[in-house]
Write a protein that binds this ligand. Structure first.
Ligand code: SF4
Ligand code: SF4
Length: 385
């Protein structure tokens, strides 16, 4: 039996204290996201002041453009072209999808900052109600299907409704080129309506545990569906299990771990909390097959970090990390952002002449190159085209 009472400082820091390491990984990703946000805000602020940016645009900002990335993914699959408008968005999407297939829904509980926020809101929920309030099954199941309906809508609109021409038209549209700046403006100039929606989601997330992740997040739905293909599962050995139910009580998504031999659920976030609390040695574990190749939790933590570090390195090395949009183009975009062709109507981009638009962008880019050569400025451009 594992001694899990009163851990010493060495036990706390031991590689087997998986929850400590999960927290460290979560906070590292949170700090990365915050730094990306700050850097991008500075980049846009310099553009808005008419200054040629001295702060480089952080490619990681494209992680917040999942729809654009999904469109890029389909375009890549049907045309073989890995577009240079938001290449890191597509790389990040591929990394996240790979996590789901290889490591279950670990993205939600190890990487996603909203997952971390949800954990703190769950604590607040327990503090207020003094227990975990569970929704009745008749309400929980229909609500859980909402995120799949949202996902189905996006997949229908992108996979079924958009052919290669429509995909390309969206990707190179003025709207998509500034989608990241638009997203920043959405939060910095948030409308009363959007603010109220966010407040309502926040309040509901306190009243109902995992409200956003469990009921509404279409990204989570996609990862949950893909996680069924993951060879890794949480397994329980019936021989050594004492049915103490600690695993079930600690599971944040209410999976009855003590009643199953293998957790097969789209809701399992691979947080490994159940594994951490199980007092019996090798009774609850994550592995590709029962009893064989039990994956030590620290190996799982290392794998998820390496997947993201490796993916971004691969993007950098292959030249698919930095956007092909030059700073001069960004200056042009920001100065003209109020023009109608930068807007969108319920997801549809306004009509524009793609060839003429791309010719104009090329001229601006080449003009920047000529100016830089004339001034003997050795600083490389962040454009690929
Ligand atoms: S798997 Fe572990 S924590 Fe869960 S019921 Fe069995 S002994 Fe208890
Ligand atoms: S089953 Fe275990 S790993 Fe999955 S969500 Fe529940 S506690 Fe986390």
């Amino acid at each position: 039996m594992k001694d899990i009472d009163k851990p010493t400082i060495f036990e706390k820091l031991s590689p087997s204290n998986i929850q400590l390491y999960r927290k460290i990984v979560q906070y590292l990703f949170l700090v990365t996201v915050v730094l990306i946000g700050i850097k991008f805000t500075m980049f846009v602020s310099q553009l808005e002041n008419g200054i040629r940016p001295t702060v480089a645009r952080p490619p990681g900002i494209e992680a917040f453009l999942p729809i654009s990335s999904l469109i890029s993914l389909k375009y890549w699959l049907v045309s073989g072209v890995f577009n240079q408008v938001h290449p890191s968005g597509l790389i990040i999407l591929l990394m996240v999808l790979a996590t789901a297939v290889l490591l279950k829904r670990g993205f939600c509980s190890w990487v996603c900052p909203f997952g971390l926020l949800t954990e703190y809101l769950n604590r607040l929920h327990r503090f207020i109600f003094r227990k975990n309030v569970k929704l009745p099954a008749w309400l929980d199941y229909p609500l859980r299907s909402l995120k799949y309906l949202l996902l189905a809508f996006f997949l229908w609109a992108i996979i079924l409704q958009m052919n290669a021409v429509a995909l390309e038209y969206f990707i190179y549209s003025p709207y998509n080129m500034v989608a990241d700046i638009k997203m920043l403006h959405f939060f910095s100039n948030i409308s009363n309506f959007s603010l109220w929606v966010l407040i309502i989601i926040l309040v509901l997330s306190i009243l109902i545990r995992n409200f956003w992740c469990r009921f509404l997040c279409p990204y989570g739905a996609l990862l949950g569906a893909l996680s069924f293909f993951s060879i890794l599962k949480i397994h329980r050995s019936d021989d050594t299990c004492t049915r103490c139910q600690k695993c079930t009580r600690t599971c944040p998504v209410d999976i009855k771990v003590h009643k199953t031999l293998s957790v097969i659920s789209d809701e399992c976030h691979a947080c490994l909390k159940c594994v951490a609390v199980c007092p019996e040695e090798d009774t609850l574990y994550i592995s590709a097959s029962k009893r064989k190749a039990i994956l030590k939790p620290w190996v799982y933590a290392t794998a998820i970090c390496l997947l993201f570090i490796g993916g971004s390195l691969a993007g950098r090395l292959t030249g698919y990390w930095q956007t092909g949009i030059s700073n001069s183009e960004y200056l042009f975009h920001v100065q003209n952002l109020a023009m109608p062709f930068y807007q969108h109507n319920r997801g549809e981009v306004p009509a524009y002449n793609k060839e003429a638009w791309l010719r104009m962008m090329k001229k601006i880019r080449e003009g920047q190159g000529a100016m830089r050569q004339a001034h003997g400025d050795a600083k490389p451009l962040n454009t690929k085209n």
